[in-house]
Design a protein around this ligand. Structure first.
Ligand code: ZN
Ligand code: ZN
Ligand code: FE
Length: 758
């Protein structure tokens, strides 16, 4: 027997279980190589909750093995837990990688989709390589994951690659533990793998198809291009004609389009890219990164109107690399959908829905099982801050460090996501869109079912927004889950910020957003809470103003401006800034109180000021007025406007009427919009710090958690954070989930868990 010598000294056998994101990331080959290096025998296999290892050998080799296992795991792996027990020695020689077994206790282990790695890029660009210019090249370190996995354990049979039978060459790589493609489930080559389909015609000559598609783009065509998580609509970003055609056909008026640049050099040419933004652009997650545009960058002005930031990403699939190398160096790459519907991901669906928008459709025959949009991030104070969390990040769990019951948190209705908890982990869905759209709601329901199966989660508790009419609330009520917990919108925002910062509270929570259902049935949004992860007290808020026409006022910031003007200055001044007809209609609405709820929303105050200054009187997408107001601000602000804090024992109320009057005077005197906008931002920051200081005096708390969609405005966020720190506050902001309603579901889950454990 060959292993006799080893065996005679093999004093121990260990059974090691490793949980976390350890499947599909090259963990087993890593274990295999490690065991080989140290002359250890045994085996490794995927199990439902991670990886199971049995390893046998002498004491010192085992110690090194266990140590390196912890410290040198593959880059894409993330180990959440590992246990080691000694079991009776069995002897034997060699180390094997065994087949997966299905198990009961499934924990979140599915990896996200990862951008093409440098090794695969080098394969694709070497003419001698058998994957030269092959658009579906991938390996253990890169490629599709989340979007192609139908069930776990993660094996080829459980993915949308199951229909492709590997050729002998691919099979050899797949079986060789020392190969980079060992057990790379989507492994493929031109002989056996997926191919491109241009306008319904599949061709094995991918290189020619890419050349054709690149020429079409250069000639100004709009193409629907199938990516990892769905279809994009793409065109040459330099062409006014192409970009404006895309805008018209997609029915998207003002919202900026995302761009994809050939490489970071091209990105630097069109944007001001600082070092942290560049690192983010080049990260394996490859999000869209928001950065200031450069003047004269040659990009069509139809790409973005009224904002100085551009959203740029770098190629993240082999097809993107090939197309951008042969075609325009910068493409518009916007989600392949009609505004607010879910992204198209099935070929027939894309053909039906995108036919009228795209001149040509570039698809392929690797099915997408789970649609997933691009993630959007920006850099704030040198670190990434998420705006939309999707591809590259989902379904990576967030470890909250405390055991929780199994909870389904349904999120909000706009920018919706949901969250499942299991053990100490929270898994958020990808950004799903606005549930007011029937197709999005269907998609949402399908995704909840998928994630529940994926993570074998049987929620005992369902958490939802306090708003009785949210679709997500109704979904929760009809979910059949017995225990339902309603969580106030702004409490959920603050709880999500606390949770990702590892805090249970209490804190001072500053929640500034557009709309959230208040505990008094009114529309909140300029809120200061004293909160922990169970309860909150509303400690201060913007004074209520009428929201004339409800949603109509959200679409038409001019109405909001009028609402503030009538309160601050009376009808005479109001007339000077708006047409008499408009004033008459809105004033009557406010007077009669018909369809005129009260709101303390900070988002609406930004809208009002934006409209007052003539920056934006009508919006075509959420947050537009505030974004354009921020973009208009420049120069140092001279002081702050007046405002009053009224205190009578209850919550502090912030009265901004004095500020509105001063702004009206400055407008009348012809002061520049840039200066007024800067001074307005400074005033809101000043007010925030003053209220926080008052609450610190009241409660002794000096930690401030900031959340809510208004804080996507980094000018405001920066001012508030800096001034709070100067006054000795500890400032908590979002780094893992969005501050907008995309992060709400995490906060709901945390509050529900807090209430259950009371
Ligand atoms: Zn690779
Ligand atoms: Zn092959
Ligand atoms: Fe919100």
């Amino acid at each position: 027997m060959a292993g006799v010598e080893t065996e005679s000294r093999a004093s121990r056998r260990l059974r090691i279980t490793v949980a976390g994101t350890v499947q599909g990331v090259g963990f087993r080959p890593f274990v295999y190589r490690l065991a080989g290096q140290h002359g250890l025998s045994g085996w490794v296999r995927n199990v439902a909750d991670g990886v199971l290892i049995e390893v046998e050998g002498d004491e010192s080799a085992l110690r090194i093995f266990a140590e390196v296992l912890r410290t040198d795991a593959p880059t894409l792996a993330s180990v959440s837990d590992s246990t080691v027990v000694t079991i009776p020695a069995e002897g034997g020689t060699g180390f094997a990688i065994r087949e997966s077994i299905e198990g009961a206790d499934i924990r979140p282990i599915v990896p996200p989709d990862i951008a093409t790695c440098p090794d695969c890029l080098s394969d694709m660009t070497s003419p001698a390589n058998r994957r030269y210019a092959y658009p579906f090249t991938n390996c253990t370190n890169c490629g599709p994951r989340f979007t192609i996995i139908e069930r776990i354990p993660y094996d080829r049979a459980g993915t949308t690659m199951s229909g492709f039978r590997m050729c002998p060459d691919c099979e050899t790589e797949y079986r060789d533990p020392l190969d980079r493609r060992f057990h790379a489930q989507p492994n493929a080559c031109p002989v056996c793998g997926p191919h491109l389909i241009l306008d319904g015609v599949r061709s094995a000559e991918d290189r020619e198809v890419v050349a054709q598609a690149a020429d079409l783009l250069l000639a100004g065509s709009v193409l629907a291009i199938k990516g990892l998580g769905g279809f994009h609509l793409a065109c040459d970003a330099r062409s006014d004609e192409a970009v404006s055609a895309l805008r018209t056909r997609k029915g998207r008026v003002g919202k900026p389009f995302a761009l994809m640049c050939l490489d970071h050099i091209e990105a630097r040419r069109i944007c001001v890219v600082d070092a942290p933004s560049e690192a983010l652009l080049l990260s394996p997650e490859r999000p869209i990164v928001l950065m200031p545009a450069r003047h004269g960058n040659g990009i069509s002005h139809f790409v973005v109107e009224g904002s100085s930031d551009l959203g740029v990403m770098l190629p993240y699939t082999p097809l993107h690399h090939l197309l951008l190398s042969a075609g325009p160096p910068t493409l518009v790459m916007t989600s392949g959908n009609l505004s607010e519907e879910p992204i198209a991901h099935e070929d027939c669906d894309a053909a039906r829905r995108l036919r009228h928008i795209a001149d040509h459709i570039l698809a392929h025959d690797r099915p997408i099982h789970v649609p997933c949009d691009d993630s959007v991030m920006r850099v704030f104070e040198d670190a990434p801050m998420p705006i939309r969390r999707a591809r590259g990040f989902v379904p990576r769990p967030i470890d909250l460090g405390v055991e929780m019951p199994q909870i389904l948190a349904c999120g909000g209705d706009l920018k919706s996501t949901f969250c499942l908890t299991k053990g100490s982990l929270a898994v958020l869905s990808q950004h799903l869109g606005d549930l007011e759209n029937a197709p999005t709601l269907d998609h949402y329901e399908r995704m909840v079912a998928h994630f529940r199966r994926f993570f074998d989660c049987e929620p005992e508790v369902v958490a939802h927004d306090l708003h009785p009419d949210y679709h997500s609330t109704r979904y929760a009520e009809s979910s059949g889950i017995a225990r339902q917990i309603a969580v106030q919108h702004h409490h959920a925002h603050i709880a999500s910020c606390m949770a990702e910062n590892g805090l249970e509270g209490p804190v001072i929570g500053v929640a500034f957003d557009g709309t959230g259902y208040g505990a008094d049935g009114r529309i909140w949004g300029g809120e200061f809470l004293v909160a922990d992860s169970r309860d909150f007290r509303r400690a201060a808020h913007l004074q209520y103003v009428p929201l004339p026409g409800g949603d109509a006022a959200v679409r038409r910031p001019g109405r909001m401006a009028l609402s503030y003007l009538l309160r601050a200055c009376g009808p005479d001044v109001a007339v000077q800034l708006l047409t008499p007809e408009e004033v008459r209609v809105v004033a009557a609405q406010i007077e009669r109180g018909v369809n005129c709820p009260l709101t303390s929303s900070m988002g609406r105050l930004f809208d009002a000021v934006s409209a007052l200054l003539g920056v934006c009187r009508e919006v075509t997408y959420e947050g537009q007025a505030a974004m354009e107001l921020k973009a208009a601000a420049s120069g140092p602000s001279e002081g702050v406007y007046r405002y009053d804090l009224s205190r009578d024992g209850g919550p502090i109320r912030v009265d901004v009427r004095p500020m509105i009057r001063e702004i009206v005077e400055e407008v009348a005197r012809g002061k520049q919009v840039a200066g007024i906008s800067a001074k307005f931002h400074s005033t809101i920051a000043d007010m925030t710090v003053r209220v926080c200081s008052a609450l610190r005096d009241q409660t002794g708390l000096s930690r401030v958690a900031m959340s809510g969609g208004v804080f996507q405005n980094v000018l405001l966020l920066g001012m508030v954070a800096e001034r709070l720190r100067k006054r000795g506050f500890e400032v908590l902001i979002h780094r893992l989930v969005p501050c907008n309603d995309g992060g709400l579901s995490l906060g709901q889950a945390v509050v529900a868990a807090g209430r259950c454990m009371r």
